[in-house]
Design a protein around this ligand. Structure first.
Ligand SMILES: Nc1nc2c(ncn2[C@@H]2O[C@H](COP(=O)(O)OP(=O)(O)OP(=O)(O)O)[C@@H](O)[C@H]2O)c(=O)[nH]1
Ligand SMILES: [Mg+2]
Ligand SMILES: [Zn+2]
Length: 293
């Protein structure tokens, strides 16, 4: 029996790669259907000549795209076109924390900002640097590429972010020998994802990287509003001083987080985004959650 990682899934056909980088086209054993398991891209599997026979336990799994055992999500958020949004960034950060995956913030298209705009943005992002890695990047000037290469080495990485943020361009900039056009990648993995069912992680240094189509905000949130406090690592680190053990930092008296907002130690905009996300999650009807599982 051999062992490898699933790197590609197209219409029920799996491509598995072993340690020696050899690839195999395989089908899963029928038994998986009875056990209600479907092998996913990223899975470590045992296989014989024709079939995937066992799926190893997963560390985590994303639903859109369907990828298992992700080490890191690169949140690509553009400085301009579309304009930088802290609300979107904070949402992505919380969602990724909820999946128990490490996020890296990539501010793309930094070439489009003038010095003043960039200084303002960098100042605001200084707070985030205490908790997350932040990389300024441009596919035009190639600023940030060395840092991205170091950050992604030996890991399974997934690119996430708004449509047009520059995810596919980033993939091309760091791995030109993939020799794929931006549009080709978008078309293969993007628009028709529900019909084509194509998921792939590309070999990249000693690790892997996956592109994703830009997805719409809170679509795959799968937790309750009162859990949001666990997914803001900065709030969580300071919440032991809140008067109430289960403080949601919204309406409770004696809230340490609100106190830190009033003293300026926590940026007000980040707190406002928390509250707005909290109320947004309360609105989501449970039956719409994780409908594709
Ligand atoms: N000025 C500038 N433009 C960029 C940069 N990176 C990407 N772009 C442009 O931004 C547009 C969108 O880039 P894509 O890489 O296709 O964006 P995407 O995030 O993959 O978008 P979706 O696949 O729709 O989610 C393209 O026209 C790129 O040429 C950059 O660093 N600087
Ligand atoms: Mg794309
Ligand atoms: Zn609190």
């Amino acid at each position: 029996m051999k062992q490898g990682r699933i790197i590609k899934l197209v219409g029920g056909h799996y491509t598995v790669q072993d340690e020696a980088k050899q690839t195999y086209d395989l089908k899963p054993l029928g038994v998986f259907r009875h056990r209600n398991i479907s092998p996913k891209v990223g899975d470590i599997v045992d296989f014989d000549e024709n079939n995937i026979v066992e799926v190893h336990e997963r560390v985590n799994e994303l639903y859109r795209p369907m990828i298992a055992n992700v080490d890191q999500v690169l949140i690509v958020t553009s400085a301009k076109r579309p304009n930088f949004s802290f609300l979107l960034l904070d949402k992505f950060l919380a969602m990724i924390e909820a999946f128990n995956i490490a996020p890296v913030i990539i501010v793309s298209k930094i070439d489009l900002m003038d010095t003043k705009e960039r200084m303002d943005l960098e100042q605001k992002l200084d707070y985030y640097k205490q908790y997350f890695q932040v990389i300024f990047y441009s596919s035009k000037t190639l600023e940030g590429i060395p840092e991205i290469l170091v950050a992604t080495t030996d890991k399974v990485n997934v690119l996430a972010g708004q449509t047009g943020a520059g995810k596919s361009s980033l993939l091309n900039a760091i791995q030109p020998d993939l020799d794929l056009e931006t549009d080709e990648i978008s078309n293969a993995l993007g628009r028709g994802k529900h019909t084509t069912r194509h998921v792939e992680i590309f070999e990249f240094g000693h690790g892997y990287i996956a592109d994703t189509p830009g997805f719409s905000k809170l679509e795959f949130i799968d937790f309750q509003a009162d859990q949001l406090r666990f997914y803001y690592p900065d709030f969580f680190a300071k919440s032991s001083s809140c008067k109430f053990y289960e403080c949601t930092h919204t309406h409770e008296p004696g809230c340490e987080i609100k106190r830190l907002v009033s003293t300026g130690e926590i940026p007000e905009f980040r707190y406002d985004n928390y509250v707005s996300m909290y109320h947004e999650i309360l609105q989501i009807k449970p039956k719409y959650r994780r409908d594709d599982k």
